[in-house]
Design a protein. Structure first.
Lengths: 189, 578
């Protein structure tokens, strides 16, 4: 199989590392060669963070580059916009419809763009969800990333059972139920 | 079937070291190397510690090696500068038990102050350098590093980069095989580096290097992958992966030992290809050698000395392919201090008083940027204190009345302690602020000698920073709660106006520290808000201006530190217990 490229982008502290662990486990369980590249350190303090996940028969480079992502999972709108040019022409953007103002916007040096997801839909296939709202309804905001992942799962080639199995193995045991509920919510959306 | 696991490069190094029978490991945290120690400590039968700094860590490993066991130290690239003193001399001494320095470079500057290339230090210290290109090789080469160290009687550098240490890939696991401890033999000609002995050892070092360079041409980690003879690439590390991605058909010489280089193998490879390209991140290290041997090649003129390489760089420079879609103009999202971070209130007070800060390495370096804009300098670990001293000696005590040094607790314990010693000794009148958040924050919360806990989680007596300062005969040492801004302001005014050295220890734990309790949150009362923007000044991400100009608090982010409530003169922000 040709190598497939997934990207997860968001704001430092949003839990991209957990998401990449789930994806890595999923692909390894399915027998693929997997490489994941992530950012630690300074950027995790509220900066723009990106994680690359590549899988296939034999994976060489650990990063996904401009114009090569099959699926771009964005935990925040501005970050979706920042990395949209990484998508392939037929790539899919899964976006959490949430706004987190970066410091230049807070201090008035920059303006948060309006209508980001609408604009991106002109050039890309975009699916979006207000995952924070869905997670709140489930009673735990912190599982919003599983809601987003549930939506992404619909556009990737793994069975729902494969996803459920790896989530059960990866998240802390006490949180399996709520994380699975969150995943289901995104999957059904 | 052998067990396989997806592992972070740094976890793979830890696994490889454990399988190789490593018994002692020492390190100071530094991105992108920190997870090596954090993973290694989880294995049985290994002693792993956080040392106060990289020099100490290296010396702990050297001692363990001399005592006849396999030992390692790990650090980021700039950490090796601190540890280079022992490195250069232990190169002469060699290794009894295998001795490995894991050193992580950071091309692209994800979390560092420079882009130095560790291969050059290996070369100048006459220490061999191995460079893996993914997690599997990180694992295998760590094991090999111990073997080479013992075989050639030399310390070995295992050089990684951010893309290796912080990428995950499949690793094949084996069991631990622990060599027998080597019996001790007194050998002053080898182990005591006085001039008479070092002269002899220098001769040995040159011979060792020559022998290793010869052997390098037949080492399995240096291999020719034959292909199309039109273009041949010499490459190593993650750059190899980019070559394989873009030119799967090309001939490749993949180097695992990047110093000393296998001249014979390189000559053989060069003679087989029409066009020879060197693809290496950072310095033209391989390229300089290849050219010095009179071999025609291309390298840095095609690529760049800066940042990370990529497959797209190859596509662009060698295939003239450009990415079709370009990036959109998007506001930056620089890293910021977290909600509830105690550094924020410190910087708010300094800014209010118009004070400049001589800065240091840690989360608090973020005080350099808007909206705080207080930190004026950052060079290296510990430099905040000694640089302020230099300023005073250059221009006099008045000149630094509007200056302080700011340094974190971990950085203070690393090398700041030496700098403070200088100030206490040489008649300084500076004000030093130690921002004590009880952890090494930026690298992800590692303990140190003043936190009272070790890498393996044991409780130990914490060294008191206050008493260190007092032991240096510093009369004015004040401890202040970071979130009591009124008191902090009073103390900073008092101490900066004093004609004597003073230390202000600003205390409050890091907001992200495990086990931190946040009993409060803040709510906004829009009716009372006068839209003055005072609460926005410290740049807390939880405090947001609504379209009508009034303030709202992001409940998901707020940690209830209450800084914003102290700044509001109209009672429009209220702290409440949750």
């Amino acid at each position: 199989m040709a190598t497939r490229n997934i990207m997860i982008v968001g704001v430092g502290g949003q839990g991209t590392l957990l998401t990449s662990r789930i994806l890595g486990g999923l692909m390894a369980d399915a027998g693929y060669d997997v490489k994941i590249s992530e950012v630690h350190g300074m950027a995790q303090r509220g900066g723009s963070v990106v994680t690359f996940v590549r899988y296939g028969d034999k994976v060489y480079e650990p990063i996904v580059e401009e114009g090569q992502a099959d699926v771009l999972i964005a935990f925040e709108r501005l970050e979706a916009m920042r990395y949209a040019h990484f998508l392939k022409e037929d790539g899919v953007l899964i976006a959490n419809d949430e706004r987190i103002d970066p410091m230049p916007v807070v201090t008035g040096q920059a303006v948060y763009p309006e209508g980001i997801l609408e604009d991106l839909s002109k050039d890309h296939t975009v699916y979006s969800i207000d995952a924070m709202d869905e997670a709140k309804k489930l009673g735990n905001q912190r599982v919003f990333n599983l809601v987003v992942l549930g939506m992404a799962a619909r556009h990737m080639d793994f069975s729902k059972e494969q996803w459920v199995s790896v989530i059960e193995k990866t998240v802390p045991p006490k949180t399996v139920d709520i994380n699975l509920k969150a995943f289901e919510t995104g999957y059904a959306a | 079937m052998a067990k396989k696991e997806i592992m972070l490069g740094n976890a793979a190094i830890a696994r490889g070291a454990w399988e190789a029978g490593v018994k002692v490991s020492a390190a100071y945290p530094g991105t992108p190397s920190t997870e090596i120690s954090e993973n290694l400590v989880k294995y049985p039968d290994v002693y792993a510690e956080w040392s106060p700094n990289e020099k100490v860590a290296a010396e702990v490993a050297i001692g363990a090696s001399m005592a006849g066991v396999r030992a390692m130290c790990s650090m980021k690239h700039v950490g090796l500068n601190v540890a280079s003193d022992p490195l250069y001399s232990v190169s002469y001494i060699g290794a009894k038990g295998g001795l490995v320095f894991c050193v992580a470079d950071d091309p692209g500057l994800y979390s560092s102050q420079n882009e130095q290339d560790t291969r050059l230090i290996g070369r100048s210290a006459h220490v061999p350098v191995l460079e893996p290109s993914d997690s599997a090789e990180a694992h295998d080469m760590t094991k090999l590093a111990f073997e080479l160290s013992e075989k050639y009687d030399t310390p070995v550098i295992l050089r990684t980069t951010t893309r290796i240490g912080h990428s995950q890939g499949t690793v094949e696991l084996s069991d631990r095989v622990c060599p027998d401890d080597i019996p001790y033999e007194r050998d002053v000609m080898k182990n005591v580096m006085m001039p008479g002995m070092a002269k002899g050892r220098h001769v040995y070092v040159e011979e060792r290097e020559k022998k290793m360079a010869e052997d390098a041409s037949s080492m399995a980690i240096n291999r020719i992958e034959p292909g199309d003879d039109e273009t041949g690439f010499i490459t190593s590390g993650v750059a190899y992966q980019y070559v394989k991605e873009v030119f799967p058909e090309a001939s490749v010489l993949k180097l695992g030992l990047v110093y000393p280089l296998p001249e014979k193998l390189i000559r053989e490879f060069a003679s087989k290809v029409k066009r020879l390209i060197i693809f290496e991140e950072l310095e033209p290290f391989i390229e300089t050698y290849v050219r010095s041997w009179g071999i025609e090649c291309e390298g840095k003129e095609l690529f760049t000395l800066q940042g990370e390489y990529s497959a797209n760089l190859l596509r662009e420079r060698l295939k003239s392919e450009q990415a079709k879609v370009s990036a959109k103009e998007v506001p930056n999202r620089p890293p910021i201090l977290c909600p509830g971070c105690p550094h924020r209130s410190t910087y708010y007070v300094l800014k209010k008083l118009g004070i400049h800060a001589s800065g240091d390495i840690g989360c608090y370096t973020l005080g350099a940027v808007a909206p705080l804009g207080v930190v004026d300098t950052t060079v290296c670990m510990g430099a905040s204190i000694s640089m302020l001293h230099g300023m005073e000696k250059a221009r006099g005590a008045e000149y630094i009345k509007k200056w302080v040094a700011v340094i974190g607790d971990s950085t203070f314990m690393h090398t700041g302690i030496n700098s403070l010693e200088d100030l206490a000794y040489n008649g300084s009148s500076a004000t030093v602020m130690i921002l004590d958040n009880s952890t090494t924050g930026m690298t992800g919360h590692q303990d140190h000698a003043a936190t009272g806990r070790t890498l393996d989680g044991r409780e130990v007596p914490a060294i008191s920073i206050y008493r260190i300062c007092k032991a240096m005969n510093i009369e004015h040492v004040v401890e202040v709660d970071a979130f009591d801004t009124a008191e902090l302001e009073r103390v900073v005014k008092e101490e900066t106006s004093r004609d004597a050295l003073s230390v202000i220890i600003v205390c409050a734990p890091c907001a992200l520290l495990k086990g931190q309790k946040f009993p409060y949150k803040v709510r906004a009362l829009p009716d009372k808000c006068k839209k003055c923007g005072m609460c926005l000044k410290p740049g807390c991400p939880a405090v947001k201006k609504k379209e009508d100009g009034t303030i709202e608090i992001d409940d998901t982010l707020c940690n209830g530190c209450g800084l914003c409530t102290q700044l509001c003169n109209f009672g429009a922000l209220e702290r409440y217990e949750i």
